[in-house]
Design a protein around this ligand. Structure first.
Ligand SMILES: [Zn+2]
Ligand SMILES: [Zn+2]
Length: 175
């Protein structure tokens, strides 16, 4: 889920799109199980479209609209041509590939991340998907705490009480 959250957050950032072009998409893919899989310029727009849909699914999960999330996940899995296969390569033991090697990189990534979300949903854990409570951040994260009490994403500033207090004080002063 880390990769899926990072993908969604790349489109939610207040600093603009964090995956704006092919080199950025390729570097991201390299870090998440698609090392050496070449993308094309077409994959950037495709990935942005899939990302918006994954974002919607995460929002559904956060709102406990599990049926809506399932409907969207099934559509996404079908459209990305998800087709599970067990593979073993490059010294790695048997593991699951969710998509066909000939599918476009964006489709393979979307299928991979949709599958990650699907596992959470079928495990009854969709409610662990949450958006950061910081007033300056909207990042999505998976709350793995035992009592589901986490409020902030991993960023260094978000969970920092002084940071939040300073922001509220500035807003109050401005308003
Ligand atoms: Zn593999
Ligand atoms: Zn945050």
């Amino acid at each position: 889920m880390t990769g899926c959250a990072e993908l969604i957050n790349s489109g939610r950032s207040s600093d603009g799109d964090q995956l704006p072009d092919l080199p950025a998409v390729q570097a991201f893919a390299d870090r998440y199980a698609f090392y050496g899989v070449p993308g094309t310029p077409d994959d950037v727009a495709r990935l942005h479209r899939y990302r918006a849909r994954l974002d919607q699914i995460a929002a559904d999960c956060e709102e406990h609209a599990v049926d809506a999330a399932i409907e969207k996940l099934n559509a996404l899995l079908a459209q990305t041509g998800a087709s599970p296969q067990i593979a073993a390569h490059d010294g790695r033991g048997p593991h699951l590939h969710v998509s066909r090697p000939e599918s476009p990189l964006a489709d393979r990534m979307a299928a991979h991340f949709a599958m990650g979300l699907a596992w959470l949903v079928v495990a009854g854990q969709a409610g662990r998907i949450r958006s950061c409570d910081s007033p300056t951040c909207n990042s999505v994260f998976v709350d793995l705490s035992r009592n589901r009490s986490r409020r902030y994403c991993d960023s260094r500033t978000c969970g920092n009480r002084l940071h939040v207090a300073a922001y509220r004080a500035r807003k109050l002063a401005a308003g």
